[in-house]
Design a protein around this ligand. Sequence first.
Ligand code: BG6
Length: 505
Amino acid sequence: MTTNPLRDPRDRRLPRVPEPCALVVFGITGDLARKKLLPAVYDLANRGLLPTNFALLGFARRDWDDVDFAELSRSAAQEHARTPWREEVWERLANSVRFIQGSFDDDVAFDELASTLGELEGSHGIGGNAAFYLSIPPSLFPVVLKQMERTGMATSTPERWRRVVVEKPFGTDLPSSRELNQLVDSVFTADDVFRIDHYLGKETVQNLLALRFANTLFEPVWNGAHVDSVQITMAEDVGIGGRAEFYERTGAARDVLQNHLLQLLALTAMEEPVEFSAEEIRTEKLKVLRAISVPKDMARFAVRGQYEQGWLAGQRATGYRQEKGVSEDSTTETYAAVRLGVETRRWAGVPFYLRTGKRLPRRVTEIALSFQRAPHLPFAPTDTEELGHNQLVIRVQPDEGVTLKFGSKVPGSVMEVRDVSMDFLYGEQFTEASPEAYERLLLDVLLGDATLFPRNAEVEASWAVIDPLEEYWADTTPFSYRAGEWGPRAAEEMLASEGRAWRRP
Ligand code: BG6
């Protein structure tokens, strides 16, 4: 990549295009590749953000050749891409598509992969650079990583970079994540490892940093002196789809609380980074994750649930235990809610309530800061009966935007104060559509920008929060809730016992 010596390296206005390179995807026949990765590759190509010298390689057991793989990629991109279909963009990409057939313990297939990368250097000028995307279960990481080590594919040199992208779950608890991290770090150097948490690729999540650190309005009240409590919600209306096998072993806390929700908490609670760089942002997030305290009274403040048969959007929804592939007496949770603390000067005493669940009434992710009531109200008590807490809500999805809720006088001859909302909606303010999270993250991997990728210490600190919850839950049965309800009653009681209530997003 030629660099302009007169340009400030922090100037990010011009779109950055990666150096010539290849993207190798292991697990190319899986759901993630078809629904997210391949469409993202097409979208990047369509936006002119892939280098001219680029190759896409798929590795899987399937008895395919390059043409079959190109066909799969085409239909995946056509079906799921965000940007309009342009045949000429696809034709250019299709020329650089290669498929390697083999299983992960097959030395010959990996030798072929290594030699294909070598050939592509000559034929497509990829400059020896390659990112390897492990879209495979973690149990297969060791064998794939060993193969990469054996063939020398994992080694970056001054002339070329080699990077690895690891999908969550990064382990199932602290010891296993440590083991996994050690394994990955023994094959790739730490700077070449990109752990994906796709929530960090969401535009609204990045906007949280802009909201907090580019404005003067919010930061002075962003602390325990003004904030009463914080609620972070990730609700889904979908069930577990065809992922029973994975979900039965995983459950809601390991699936999304450990990563997406704790990352949202870290961004909400972190101090201002010295600069907007990978190193500084990750350092600040890590401090928050290390400062999290779990509830002493788990029975009251760590609630998990499992959905029973119910109704959603007028349709009957099966109960979790009746889903295909789920055991009849499964105790896996599909809902988790917990009250966490952040033991820092800024946040001591402020509860952070986190909740997530499947088969809840609607799909919504938001971060809501609820402010303390005014210390004194110079009105008659009846005037402010309808006044709640001031709230700032960052709507991650859908209806991406920010809402400020505050009290206002109701028109008329008496003083009556009621809550009103002021809304900022991405869709109304900007003509640019937001890129998909995977588009942004794939591009960052190829650019070598690790700002939006948690580093291993963050992953481990997050497991240190989850492990005690799992330990407590191991001897309990999840509370039940009907599909289409906002979780079990115990989760409502958890907040009610402190005089609060969950928001109805
Ligand atoms: C994944 C979880 O990480 O995130 C899924 O494994 C969940 O269970 C998904 O459905 C939700 O992602 P999004 O972007 O649709 O909110």
